[in-house]
Design a protein around this ligand. Structure first.
Ligand code: CA
Length: 457
């Protein structure tokens, strides 16, 4: 994987030399704890805002204190919401961050296209590979290319596949092969099983396709797929718009709680510690505001560390429940935040914190660091289903090197005093394993594609 990151590494080494010297001077010896104002003579800018007396001095002052970040009302947004509400953005000098709820993924895309200058957003929370599709002009108006940078992963797990109450007793669970005859039979009878996700060709579409295909059900020919906005999940399942829904917490569990369905699978069961959603910004904003970008990242990283502490999850539920954010009672959110899922349809419940959403670290290592190998899986899966042309894999390295800015994540982590042990040394997370025994080796994505029985490519 060394070749994968080599060019980026060379660039980073050259440009971060000055920063490294400042960092050394600033942290002194021994290093001071995070959040302590230190060595004002070396790096504290004279223009330092009085509104942020605790601003980190490691790293230069942000070029702007303002950024407009979009989010969707699901657990994935927690690092952005917590960074805002707990003052972590302000701590690093970003006192004018606007964390703005988006009506749906299409709106987020439209808003980043116009940018904050045009009344939209500078970046925020994204499903993968949306930042790639936007960068390449594949889902934008008139196919305009809006270059974006992927800067951090927001979370792992915390997503699931919910099934409508009308399907109780049909054996629809993690192993979808047990329901294959039933589901394929519906199609043959002219009444196909309808499965929804929140935006096509991204995470939720991939999870439900993977789950169907693992059980021998072809998502393109055996069922009917449709897009439903996150906020309409519960209402649409109640009115019978669809039989299945793939989305982020708390929506699947709400469906169980409201007695309108059950959970067939959690994404933590399909692919433990899988990549979920990401923090990405418009490239022009990042290029213009490199220090502000690192300040945002430091705020997000601190929020992610805070979110991962089990003892903070109750407060986290309280904050997320706010009307500006998820607008759902904290009592509904808290069980899921602790890994307690009522599955329904006579399936055993899950009570395991390891299956809850995680934000900073998992048993697979860093959650926050945006591994290039995981971006490659999303591109490979896009090829699998014919969303992207096959030659995407030939050009993947160039494309990923352009969009994935793990170098900025690393620079921000170092400035924030993140221990070396928590800063990955490789851009590859290595071989990934799925619940059905399939293996994705980022060194050979074609072998993964070849191993899959159901695919378009
Ligand atoms: Ca999600």
């Amino acid at each position: 994987m060394s070749n994968f990151s080599r060019r980026r590494f060379l660039t980073t080494t050259a440009t971060s030399a000055v920063g490294a010297v400042l960092l050394k001077g600033c942290l002194g010896n021994p290093p001071e704890p995070s959040g302590t104002a230190s060595s004002p003579t070396t790096t504290t800018p004279s223009t330092s805002s009085p509104a942020s007396p605790t601003a980190q001095t490691a790293g230069a002052a942000p070029e702007t204190t303002q950024a407009k970040l979009g989010f969707l009302p699901i657990f994935e947004a927690a690092p952005l919401i917590i960074a805002q509400e707990k003052g972590f953005f302000a701590k690093y000098g970003m006192t004018g961050v606007d964390v703005s709820k988006q009506a749906n993924w299409g709106s987020a895309r439209d808003n980043v296209e116009i940018g904050a200058a045009g009344g939209g957003i500078d970046g925020g929370q994204w499903q993968m590979p949306m930042p790639y599709l936007i960068s390449e002009g594949l889902i934008t108006k008139n196919n305009t290319k809006i270059p974006m940078y992927v800067l951090a992963m927001l979370n792992t797990q915390g997503n699931g596949i919910a099934i409508a109450q009308s399907q109780v007793g049909k054996n629809i669970g993690l192993d979808s092969s047990k329901a294959k005859d039933y589901i394929v039979g519906l199609k043959q009878a002219g009444n196909p099983f309808r499965a929804a996700y929140t935006f096509p060709k991204a995470n939720q579409d991939f999870w439900i396709r993977y789950w169907f295909a693992a059980g021998g059900i072809n998502p393109d020919t055996d069922v009917s797929l449709l897009t439903v906005p996150t906020a309409q999940t519960v209402a649409n399942m109640k009115t019978g718009t669809m039989e299945a829904f793939s989305t982020g917490d708390p929506w699947p569990a709400r469906i169980v709680g409201d007695g309108i369905g059950f959970i067939a699978a959690l994404t933590s069961q399909i692919w433990p510690f899988h990549p979920e959603e990401y923090f990405a910004m418009r490239a022009d904003w990042v290029d213009k505001n490199p220090n502000a970008t690192k300040a945002l990242l430091k705020g997000i990283m601190e929020a992610q560390q805070w979110c991962d502490k089990k003892e903070n999850r109750a407060e986290m539920g309280q904050i997320l429940s706010g009307a500006k954010y998820l607008n759902i009672p904290a009592t509904v959110l808290e069980p899921m935040l602790l890994g307690n899922y009522t599955m329904g349809d006579n399936q055993p419940n899950i009570n395991n914190f390891q299956e809850a959403a995680m934000y900073w670290k998992s048993p697979r290592g860093s959650v926050s660091y945006p591994y290039k190998s995981l971006d490659l899986w999303f591109l490979t899966e896009s090829v699998r289903w014919g969303f992207l042309p096959k030659d995407t894999l030939t050009n993947a390295k160039t494309l990923i090197d352009k969009v994935n800015r793990e170098d900025i994540w690393k620079a921000a982590a170092k400035e924030a005093g993140v221990p070396d042990a928590d800063i990955p040394t490789s851009t590859s997370r290595g071989v990934e394993k799925f619940f059905d025994g399939k293996v994705f080796d980022p060194e050979n994505p074609q072998a993964y594609l070849d191993s899959l029985a159901i695919k378009k490519a």
